[in-house]
Design a binder for this molecule. Structure first.
Ligand SMILES: Cc1cc2nc3c(=O)[nH]c(=O)nc-3n(C[C@H](O)[C@H](O)[C@H](O)COP(=O)(O)OP(=O)(O)OC[C@H]3O[C@@H](n4cnc5c(N)ncnc54)[C@H](O)[C@@H]3O)c2cc1C
Length: 584
């Protein structure tokens, strides 16, 4: 079946929903395709807050926010983009408030704000209260608010339609333009074509390539991998953030809000060990630094009981703060660990959390295809799958939600302008054939009873090697082993077999397909990490422990080649802040 729309938005997280809302307001005929029900998108799990220099409780300025974002990203951040982020953060948060988002309030009735890692007053002087929040359910409230607005404005939703291919008129690597998408509908197993002038990729992250992760099962990087498979570059994939406070063993997140409200980290000796690593900001140093500090303590034998975790302590905050400001995460500690945070410290360990890299875009969310930032007409990306790059080598807490708002909104506006300028693309003959053949090959093996290698077994091996060899600390030896392993896993995936050969609700078939995306993205991550011989932000090479601006102050672009990814590089945009050593 074919559906004609002017704009197609792939993904119904915060980025996709705000884009769709903007398109609907401009009267553009828009479809949102989502593999999950919109309100189940990962944005709904975001806890700690969304930052904007509102200055409701103390002096603050967007320039300070911009500086923190650039320094937090270890100077790999594109400064033109960071300026847009910090300036427009303010008006987007206020717009959300006007849409009805129930923020916590100050005594005067303004939006309440709290501290978060790396957000400072006056260019690094001390921590500042910049994160706007609705208890520890900020993402949930953003998602509900935007979804309601989309319904009100008549956006058309196609739930449980999983996009499995992108359509182009001409080769997008050589000037061709976006022409729509192909989606697999879970309920009938059919492939559906959506022809459109403008396509937005807003498919979120891909933390599921790691064993311990805060990311939902569905975060498999579909949009990023599809863009790569069409010959377009992917940017800065070697930078993947490990959040310091995951629940031990399972990785479920205990938000940085706990530390923002005054929670501390303790080692086996009961020391606040962050004193040694970031004397000024302590537990509110950026995440890459805190995660490394935790590993250092654990390696020195000061993990709790000599094991691989430390304590997060919120006991001193008292019942009122805990119940009003961080109720959900303390409940997670009770539920998953059997620990009562009012009385006991909570065991925590770094967890794979956020992809700084992704699909390269301009500050108007237009996807670019080379080192000169040449735009692919009609193709847009926003949210965690995109790399603008506002987060550089390390994202600051609460800077992702604001990235969704600012660049989600910009993408919708730019798509609306673009749709007004071009004709609808011509129908593409046999649009669904390439992907149909791939999916049928997997299903045929199910029908033949071939049980060579399961999705679960390959995914398990992938997650292990990525966690153990491509985690917080890396070196050439670990990464080379990882590359060989990931390539073996790609071979095995070529023969993957599933048990379910049915057409309707075949989630196993879709998972087999998603695993292919994770494998592609893991390979790019490892190749980029092996090439980058320096330590910057979340990419920490023990064999190259220093940042090397002379050689490496540049973005990586990975292109799909015959024998795996090939790399090129492009310059970083530096407008206001020259790179300096990064201390906190
Ligand atoms: C536990 C947790 C807590 C967090 N807390 C914070 C926080 O407090 N502050 C902050 O700033 N950031 C936080 N983050 C990060 C932030 O929430 C995410 O980066 C952000 O929500 C991503 O939003 P998105 O719109 O890009 O994608 P998502 O919200 O992940 O949505 C992705 C969408 O894409 C759809 N999709 C994916 N693949 C396909 C496909 N093939 N076809 C169709 N649809 C598809 C999905 O159905 C979904 O609707 C947190 C992240 C996690 C995991």
């Amino acid at each position: 079946m074919e559906y004609p729309f002017d704009a197609v938005v792939v993904g119904a997280g915060g980025a996709g929903l705000w884009a769709a809302l903007e398109l609907a307001r401009e009267g553009v005929n828009t479809a949102v395709l989502t593999k999950l029900y919109p309100t189940r998108s990962h944005t709904g799990t975001a806890q700690g807050g969304v930052c904007a220099a509102l200055g409701n409780l103390e002096e603050d300025h967007w320039e300070w926010h911009m500086f923190d974002t650039v320094k937090g990203g270890d100077y790999l951040t594109d400064q033109d983009a960071a300026e847009v982020l910090a300036r427009e953060a303010i008006e987007t948060v206020i717009e959300l408030e006007h849409m009805g988002l129930p923020f916590n309030r100050t005594a005067e009735g303004k939006i309440d704000q709290r501290r978060f890692g790396g957000h400072t007053r006056n260019y690094g002087e001390a921590a500042v209260r910049r994160s706007c929040f609705a208890a520890d359910r900020t993402g949930h409230m953003i998602l509900q608010t935007l979804y309601q607005q989309c319904i009100k404005h008549g956006v058309k939703f196609f739930d449980e339609f999983q996009v499995v291919d992108l359509l182009f008129e001409g080769d997008p690597a050589k000037g061709g333009r976006a022409a729509g998408v192909v989606a697999h509908r879970l309920a009938d197993g059919q492939l559906h074509t959506f022809r459109a002038k403008a396509v937005l990729i807003a498919t979120g992250g891909f933390g599921r390539m790691f064993r311990i992760t805060s990311n939902a099962h569905s975060l498999t990087g579909d949009g990023v991998a599809l863009v790569y498979r069409h010959g377009l570059p992917i940017e800065d994939m070697e930078f993947f953030q490990f959040h310091p406070t995951g629940i031990v063993g399972i990785g479920i997140l205990l938000s940085e809000a706990a530390r923002g409200e005054g929670g501390t980290l303790l080692n086996d000796l009961g020391e606040r060990f962050m004193e040694r690593y970031a004397p000024k900001l302590m537990e509110l140093a950026p995440r890459d630094m805190v995660s490394r500090a935790m590993y250092q303590e654990i390696r020195a034998g000061r993990g709790i009981g000599g094991k691989d975790y430390v304590y997060l302590d919120v006991r001193h905050l008292g019942r009122k703060v805990i119940e009003e400001k961080i109720p959900d995460i303390t409940e997670f500690a009770r539920l998953y660990q059997g620990v009562e945070p009012l009385k006991e410290p909570v065991p925590v360990q770094p967890t794979a959390h956020y992809a700084m890299g992704g699909i390269p875009t301009t500050v108007w969310a237009e996807v670019t295809r080379d080192e000169k930032n040449t735009v692919v007409p009609g193709l847009f990306a926003a949210g965690e799958c995109a790399c603008v790059s506002v987060h550089g080598a390390n994202r600051l807490g609460t800077n992702s939600l604001v990235d969704l708002l600012v660049f989600g909104r910009r993408s919708g506006r730019q798509m609306a302008r673009y749709c007004g300028q071009v004709d609808r693309p011509r129908p593409i003959a046999d649009a669904t054939e390439p992907i149909r053949a791939q999916l049928e090959a997997i299903r045929d093996r199910a029908a033949s009873g071939d049980r060579a290698d399961s999705v679960a077994a390959i995914r398990h091996d992938l997650q292990d090697v990525m966690m153990d060899n491509v985690g917080v600390y890396r070196d050439a030896g670990l990464l080379s082993v990882a590359l060989t392993k990931v390539r073996e896993l790609k071979q095995r995936h070529g023969r993957v077999s599933i048990a379910d050969c049915s057409h309707v609700f075949n989630t196993e078939l879709l998972e087999a397909n998603e695993l292919g995306y994770l494998l592609d993205l893991a390979e790019i991550t490892v190749v980029g990490a092996l090439a980058r011989q320096e330590s910057r932000g979340a990419h920490s090479r023990e064999d190259f422990p220093e940042r090397d601006d002379k050689k490496w102050l540049k973005h990586t672009l990975a292109y799909r080649g015959k024998d795996g990814p090939t790399l090129k590089y492009k310059p970083v945009s530096i407008t206001r802040f020259e790179p300096k050593p990064r201390t906190y």
